[in-house]
Design a protein around this ligand. Structure first.
Ligand code: NDP
Length: 344
């Protein structure tokens, strides 16, 4: 089959591309610019990967040209493109509008130009659309495949994290509304993939720069920790899933009929900043003395914090996917191993 994958340059998307190519799918990827097109093309060097340029997903007709070009030759669409950064000034322009309009644009373009052929659409959403901002650290709360971030367009614009979470929420909602409203005139089903924070190695060493994608930057910050310079919150905890499992879930989402109409909530384990330091210091002793000095790693594994955390229940998802998630320790080891090797 042929898959259209938006945002092919992304950290998660590159892992999806590899998995699709390995499973003999033909992949049409979209990127924003000619220079990115060349870069990604050179990294994969694979005749089953074709890249097309879609400059601005905020444009409501962004995907019309690509869908018209491949009219009814596309079987599956994976929409991963969406801004993931907290380093923004204008929440609407930089986060909310591209996320929302990108989703509207891809769905409308399928309906207009490829309604005969597209069978499945998979959208990369997020735990951001499942949780309530500020409640992940509330042990009285449970989040699962059926819970929704209650943010409104207005209420989410107080800070970049809330705005990003809002952007993912509104984009996912508009997709579920679309399939409901257009049930009579489309032939595709929808699945969303909702990961918590994604760690793991970059698919290509060439993607390891001074800074990494937003989620892996949390690890990079600890590896490059500088006393008095790096912000380090010893109370910080969240939860993680490895990028290789996220890519696997996207591909299973388009293959398994049990995934139709579902939100796949991906979480492997909790992590805390202190547990990250412990894992890194154990595996890479050369980094041990460079870690934050105000924390007693020897006597604090960072796990006590998890008793304060919300309960994240993804049992429905685990049943659908049927594979074991990569552990925090392996994910961090592989991420840091690559960073040290490339930045040697
Ligand atoms: P990246 O930043 O590596 O990838 C984001 C992708 O979206 C890139 O291809 C980027 O293109 C593209 N993109 C961003 N903004 C725009 C825009 N305005 N117009 C067109 N394309 C745009 O991050 P990830 O791989 O981590 O994120 C991929 C998806 O996964 C996103 O939808 C994100 O919300 C979601 N996600 C990520 C999590 C994580 O922890 N990493 C957790 C949960 C969900 P370019 O390369 O040109 O910048």
């Amino acid at each position: 089959g042929t898959v259209l994958l938006t945002g092919a340059s992304g950290f998660i998307a590159q892992h999806i591309v590899l998995r699709l190519l390995n499973e003999n799918y033909k992949v049409i990827g979209t990127v924003r610019s000619e220079s990115t097109r060349e870069k990604i093309d050179n990294l994969f060097k694979n005749e089953n990967l074709v890249l097309e340029i879609v400059p601005d997903i905020s444009n409501l007709n962004a995907f019309d040209e690509v869908l018209a070009k491949y009219s009814n030759k596309i079987d599956y669409v994976l929409h991963t493109a969406s801004p993931f950064t907290f380093n923004v000034n204008d929440y609407e322009k930089d986060l909310l509008i591209p996320a929302l309009n990108g989703t509207k644009s891809i769905l409308n373009a399928i309906k207009e130009h490829s309604v005969e052929s597209v069978k499945r659409v998979i959208i990369t959403s997020s735990y951001a659309a499942i949780t309530t901002v500020g409640k992940d650290g509330d042990a009285n709360v449970t989040f699962n495949e059926h819970t929704w971030n209650p943010a409104t367009w207005e209420s989410c614009q107080s800070d970049p994290v809330s705005a990003y979470c809002g952007s993912k929420t509104f984009a996912e909602k508009v997709a579920w509304d679309f399939v409901k409203k257009n049930a009579g005139s489309i032939n595709f089903t929808l699945t969303t993939v909702n990961p918590v924070i994604v760690f793991g190695p970059q698919l290509f060493d060439a993607s390891v720069g001074k800074n990494l994608n937003t989620s892996c930057e949390l690890i990079n910050d600890i590896v490059n920790y500088k006393e008095g310079v790096t912000q380090f919150d010893p109370d910080y905890f969240f939860s993680f899933v490895d990028v290789r499992d996220v890519s696997k879930a996207h591909v299973l989402a388009l293959e398994k009929k049990e995934a139709i109409g579902k939100r796949l909530f991906l979480i492997a384990e909790r992590f805390s900043n202190i547990e990250l330091c412990n894992i890194i210091a154990k595996k890479f002793p050369q980094l041990k003395n460079k870690m934050p000095r105000n924390v007693d790693f020897e006597n604090n594994d960072g796990k006590a914090l998890y008793s304060k955390a919300a309960y994240l229940d993804n049992s429905e998802t685990k049943k659908i996917l049927g594979f074991e998630f990569i552990s925090l320790e392996k994910s961090i080891d592989d991420t840091v191993e690559q960073l040290l090797r490339v930045n040697k």
